[in-house]
Design a protein around this ligand. Structure first.
Ligand SMILES: [Zn+2]
Length: 160
């Protein structure tokens, strides 16, 4: 990523403008079209719970998502923009109360290291709408050993 591209990405995610302290981009922005809406448009598009998670990085209460009990074959897409993020075969019961996956469609997420957060070192967001989805932990099952801890309200399940 060249500097101009970084500035563009950083500005579009607000990193350079507001709330950027403690965040750095940890990977290159994927080559997909991004979705930019006004705050008013996001409020109209999302439920209050989805808005709080996707646009303000809130975390849903553990055990509240219906997706905790979803194990049908299918795909999980971003509730903000329908970009596919997880395949059902990557989902597992982490017993944390949040829908968990051991892999992600890598080109569809961006990650940021949380410099000042000691419990959740890497945040991942939707690469198209920049919506917050969750954090990546190192206590997942093989073959990756990773746990993508997700907010179920930020995902929509699409059965196969
Ligand atoms: Zn999205």
């Amino acid at each position: 990523m060249n500097r101009r591209r970084f500035i563009s990405c950083a500005a579009s995610t607000g990193l350079l403008l507001t709330g950027g302290v403690g965040h750095v981009l940890a990977n290159d922005a994927p080559p997909i079209d991004t979705l930019h809406l006004t705050d008013e448009q996001w409020r109209a598009r999302l439920t209050p719970e989805q808005y709080a998670v996707l646009r303000y990085s809130e975390t849903e209460y553990a055990g509240t998502s219906q997706l905790n009990h979803e194990y049908r074959a299918g795909i999980y897409v971003c509730a903000g923009c329908d970009l596919p993020l997880f395949k059902s075969e990557w989902k597992y019961d982490s017993r944390t109360g949040w829908p968990s996956y051991w892999d992600v469609i890598h080109e569809h997420v961006t990650t940021r290291k949380m410099i000042y957060a000691y419990r959740a070192p890497v945040e991942y967001r939707c690469a198209r709408c920049d919506g917050h989805h969750g954090h990546i932990f190192n206590d997942g099952p093989q073959p990756t050993g990773l746990r993508y801890c997700s907010n179920g309200t930020a995902l929509t399940f699409v059965p196969a």
